[in-house]
Ligand binder design. Sequence first.
Ligand code: FES
Length: 82
Amino acid sequence: MQKKNLSEIICRCNNINRETIEDAIKNGGCKTLNEIFDQTTAGVGPCGGSCRRKLKPLLDHYLAHGFFPEKIIEDLTGKQKK
Ligand code: FES
């Protein structure tokens, strides 16, 4: 089975990796996207927050289950249909 990659860059704008995000949620006490934005700067870069579709499922999974998923299933519900 593929191990999760903590060095995966989640927020390309601000170069924030998965380890930093998970740490902010697990040890930094972030329970909302806004708290993650404030603590890590992920999600508030010049692209307008395209990485939020990864931040949200990561956060939601942790809040629901108490651990992080192996694979991040991107939340595309906010994406516009063409
Ligand atoms: S990739 Fe995270 S704000 Fe742009």
